[in-house]
Design a protein around this ligand. Structure first.
Ligand code: MG
Length: 228
């Protein structure tokens, strides 16, 4: 019997990439007004890709997307010969815009219905702020990689969710879009798994999820079929 459902956030409850690209463009404009040598030297995409250099130099902070963004901005500032740089101001521009997401139309109505029967929680590798997004009230609690100190598919976030839910993993369903982070990670932690594939991707290989859906509305059918 399923008692709880955990949800990934980015690309599960809203499209993230158009929002990230817009946030990066706004940050680029902000830098142009204050630290013009940075955007003259780096496109928005090149600024994003500096995170990979940071990860290569400091793999132990790879789980923390906020810290990665800030370190990448510092790297760009140094390469553009700025000794002083308002990294918090720059990140704030990105962060506010990054949280201007539009949840898919099925999210609030479905989660409100599911919340009457199951305990709901969110498990994210990203740095979304559910209060800013307006979905905070739907979840009993929310865990992210920064607070936990490890990203999915590592088991820690799933194990902490079990503890907080006080429910064994086989009574929890995890719903997410990422075959590795969400489906493999949750399966290894003993959860039931649902792959949400809103854009018709092919399964990349490996063990498939226990169920596959294209919208959250179908999740209620899946749960009913499982007798939950
Ligand atoms: Mg995702």
């Amino acid at each position: 019997m399923i008692k709880a459902i955990t949800f990934d956030l980015d690309d599960t409850l809203w499209d993230i990439w158009p929002v990230v690209e817009r946030a990066e463009a706004l940050l680029h404009d902000w830098l142009m007004a204050r630290y013009p040598r940075i955007p003259e030297q780096f496109t928005p995409l090149e600024l994003r890709e500096l995170s990979q250099e940071v990860i290569a130099a400091c793999p132990d902070i790879a789980y923390d997307r906020t810290r990665l963004r800030k370190e990448a901005l510092w790297l760009a500032a140094r390469r553009a010969n700025y000794v002083e740089f308002d990294v918090e101001g720059a990140f704030a521009v990105f962060f506010v815009a990054r949280n201007a997401v539009e949840p898919f139309a099925d999210v609030r109505p479905t989660l409100e219905r599911l919340g009457q029967r199951y305990t709901l929680a969110s498990l994210s590798n990203g740095n979304a702020d559910l209060r800013l997004i307006g979905l905070y009230d739907l979840f009993a609690f929310s865990l992210n990689a920064i607070d936990v100190g490890a990203a999915k598919p590592e088991p820690l976030m799933f194990d902490l969710a079990c503890q907080q839910l006080a429910v064994p993993p086989e009574q929890i369903v995890h719903v997410g879009d990422d075959p590795e982070h969400d489906v493999l990670g949750a399966a290894q932690a003993g959860f039931r798994t649902v792959w949400i594939n809103r854009i018709g991707r092919d399964w990349p290989g490996g063990s498939r999820a226990d169920a596959e859906i294209v919208s959250l509305v179908e999740l209620e059918c899946v749960l009913a079929n499982w007798g939950s």
